[in-house]
Design a protein around this ligand. Structure first.
Ligand SMILES: NC(=O)c1ccc[n+]([C@@H]2O[C@H](COP(=O)([O-])OP(=O)(O)OC[C@H]3O[C@@H](n4cnc5c(N)ncnc54)[C@H](OP(=O)(O)O)[C@@H]3O)[C@@H](O)[C@H]2O)c1
Length: 371
């Protein structure tokens, strides 16, 4: 095992012990790389817009208590397990918090967010992969660390800072759904709602894939900015009048696909109906939202228009690699040059990061923690 001596005995980590008390920073033993893993010095961690609602129990996620909480991010490998064949100490990697079972592709959970919904995911989360990334050091499965080409991404290449690279994890989420429904250059795709962090990311990814986007949302101000800041974007407000919004969508001609990223609060929103009704024969729908209840779908239309509905949780490994290539190749822009505002917070200011993330509606801002 290389460079194990660089690891300190203990490190600082943000630990959740209850939903009725805030997470606390504690000093705990530093993890060691076992077979199949690496230990990473976390550089940057993402914060989702609903972080406060996850850890105070509002969203009713199956939380793992106690545990180090966290999300995806960027880190530098410090030690590697004995079976690592290409990952090396010192390497800059994207740290992916979507943990999948090695012996069963249908078992997965989100490290630092919840323990998943199956017996298998609980085995992984309660055992080897309990602690996440809001910490100085984190142990990750080998396959959850994606090498990043520093020469292409940083100062002598595209000129991004390491902090700006945090955007990649957010963009990977909608890429999973958009790639799944095979979005092609020249096609038209509805993104709804487009005004939240992942919806805004979906607009950017769909454009980079060569599509024209119709962005739907309730916030006229944010929709206006999305249109102003991007070519090939049309906007349609969600007014609550499904038929009126359908008419507004149809004015833009044939629509090939619809990408949905609705939060639970939008379960009854009329945009689900208007967007499906607007699709061409054979239209494709990607459902990636966080709605936990059943939703109503226009059944006859799905049948007669032969629509295809596909759900997606996160992305495949191949899709993550594809998305990183789009960023490294400069096709998908990130960072301040692409209008992103990165708000940075120290680990002890995690509560400010959560507040800032909650206010990132509008897609331009990215709240990150620097452990
Ligand atoms: N499938 C996956 O792998 C995956 C991965 C990540 C996230 N998600 C899910 O994606 C969802 C979106 O996440 P997010 O962080 O981008 O945003 P979010 O903060 O959960 O939701 C904000 C977005 O939803 C819109 N919205 C809220 N209530 C609405 C309503 N009643 N009708 C219509 N629109 C409404 C907001 O529009 P306004 O600006 O008008 O309020 C804004 O565009 C979450 O529920 C999350 O669980 C899924």
């Amino acid at each position: 095992m290389a460079a194990a001596q660089e690891l300190p005995q203990t490190h600082r980590a943000l630990i959740l012990t209850s939903t009725t008390a805030p997470p606390e920073i504690k000093t705990i033993p530093t993890p060691h790389a076992v077979p199949g893993s690496v230990v990473v010095r976390m550089q940057v961690c993402n914060v989702v817009s609903y972080a406060s609602k996850i850890y105070n129990g509002t969203l009713n996620f199956p939380l793992l208590i106690p545990s180090v909480i966290g999300s995806s991010g960027i880190g530098r490998i410090v030690t590697v397990g004995p079976d690592a064949t290409s990952l090396k100490p010192g390497q800059l990697v994207l740290v992916d918090s979507f943990i999948r079972a090695r012996d069963n592709p249908s078992v997965a959970f989100l490290l630092g967010i919840h323990e998943g919904f199956s017996d298998g995911s609980r085995v992984l989360a309660r055992g080897e992969w309990r602690d996440a990334t809001y910490a100085e050091y984190a142990k990750l499965p080998l396959e959850n660390c994606y090498p990043l080409d520093e020469s292409k991404l940083l100062s002598h290449g595209l000129g991004y800072t390491i902090e700006e690279l945090a955007d990649i994890s957010r963009l990977a989420v909608p890429y999973g759904g958009l790639a799944d429904i095979d979005i092609k250059a020249g096609e038209t795709v509805i993104v709804a709602p487009a005004t939240g962090p992942f919806g805004g990311a979906a607009v950017r990814v769909a454009l980079a894939m060569g599509a024209r986007v119709i962005a739907m949302g309730r916030n006229a101000e944010v929709l206006k900015r999305i249109k102003e800041n991007n070519e090939r974007v049309e906007v349609v407000p969600i007014t609550g009048d499904a038929e009126g919004d359908l008419k507004a969508l149809k004015q833009f001609g044939p629509i090939d696909a619809y990408f949905d990223i609705s939060p639970p609060a939008a379960a009854e929103s009329t945009h689900l109906r208007s967007a499906m009704l607007a699709l061409e024969h054979g239209g494709r729908v990607s459902l990636m939202g966080g709605i936990r209840s059943d939703i109503s779908i226009p059944h006859a239309l799905v049948v007669h228009q032969e629509l295809q509905l596909k759900g997606k949780w996160m992305y495949s490994r191949e899709q993550m690699r594809g998305l990183i290539k789009m960023v490294e190749g400069g096709i998908l822009k990130i960072g301040s040059g692409s209008g992103r505002i990165v708000q940075k917070f120290a680990l002890e200011d995690w509560h400010k990061a959560f507040e800032a993330a909650e206010g990132t509606l509008g897609t331009e801002k990215l709240a990150i923690i620097l452990p």
